[in-house]
Design a protein around this ligand. Sequence first.
Ligand code: 6PG
Length: 472
Amino acid sequence: MTETKADIGVYGLGTMGSALALNLAENGFRVAVTNREADWIDDFVKEEAALSGSFIPAQTLEAFVAAIKAPRTILFMIPSGDPVDAMIEAVLPLLGEGDTIIDGGNSDFHATRRRFEQLEGTGAHFVGMGVSGGEYGARHGPSMMVGGTTHSWEQLKPMAEAIAAKFNGEPCVAHLGPDGAGHFVKTVHNGIEYADMEMIAEVYSLLRDGADWEAARIGKLFEDWQEGPLASYLMEVSAAALQYVDPVTNKPMVDAIVDQAGQKGTGRWTVIEALKMGQSASAIEGAVGARGWSAERAMRGVAEDILPSVTLKEGAIPSNDDLASALLAGRILSHAQGFRILTAASEEFDWALDLARISEIWRAGCIIRSALLDDFAEAFRGELPHGHLILAPAMVEVLEKTIPALRRTVGAGVAKGIALPSLSGALAWYDSIRRARGATNLIQAQRDFFGAHGFERLDSDGSFNADWPPLA
Ligand code: 6PG
């Protein structure tokens, strides 16, 4: 008897690959599985005895490809970079017309665009798919951002919709555009994730260093904020982490953790791509920079002794309500920056990104899921001057109420010598774009003064140079 073929193949049985394979199996799909280290394959199938009937374990790439129904859907869950190129090269000769390779890792969207082009004309298709939600999300419902051809999306859709997180019954997955669109949206998702994490940490820093609050007390405050408009996965995580006691020291776990944050690159890519498109995602930049500076721990240790201490305990910190409002304003502004980058990329790469749809698929399953995303989706579906989130009437209303608190919070950080790079970056951006007349008229004067770069005048059309006086 011939075995029924698999609906999909999952290559790579690491944490995320295994979780997605199990999620697919639990939703009734038959899954071919394989892995570079072949001994993982049997271990995986044995460990998951209840679902093992849904898997077709394959020891070789040839057997893996042959086990999948044509046109094939093959999901690579492997490290991004060279391994993806190596796997494409290995699998491509085994594929047929209409087969789709999906890269579900955090790949650079430029590489995804290149790979998409590389497969054009081969009969096979390439999809870059951002998967958010960590291991739990992959196992029980991630948010997925798909970029590729309509053909691939039609193939993938029933499976992706079945395994995705649901918000009010709606699956948190969408086909967002061709080639690198899915991976780019995931990159910006991560940039926003960096900013959101950093802004929460900045409020923690104000309370810890500016008012001597214990970790658990801050955690309890964050837990209370979960009941209001700040409700989000990252706030929930922070509240729980701050209240967790280290079994070794019997003290708060966070107090035993070295303040040196890692990063794999997606936050940095967001900032780099934003700058390339003439944008400045200052709240995200602040967060990426803060992780960078955190890595210079040895130098910071020396600097603390050499530079005069300016972290002031005395003087009030803003009220709890002010801090909550500051975070809410910061969260809106950092998302607005992220969405602005998406708009710029959509124009640059001709993707026609649907920002309302993106907000919708971020409402559940992903790391930045929060109560605000539903409001953002609604804002993008309504009247939006210049397509800017912060000009939506509902956002204007919230910002009017919360910006004064953001000012007081940033002011307190400045007065006490506590760095708030994301919150202050967000505020600086807000203050820059809310003014019809900024100060770059002087930049233009400087440029023309030393380089005859020319400037436009308010009172006449054309380009002008001034007859600047010689310097003494
Ligand atoms: C997600 C996360 C996930 C991962 C990031 C973290 O959406 O599930 O963003 O992709 O946590 O890679 O990246 P850093 O290691 O750079 O913080």
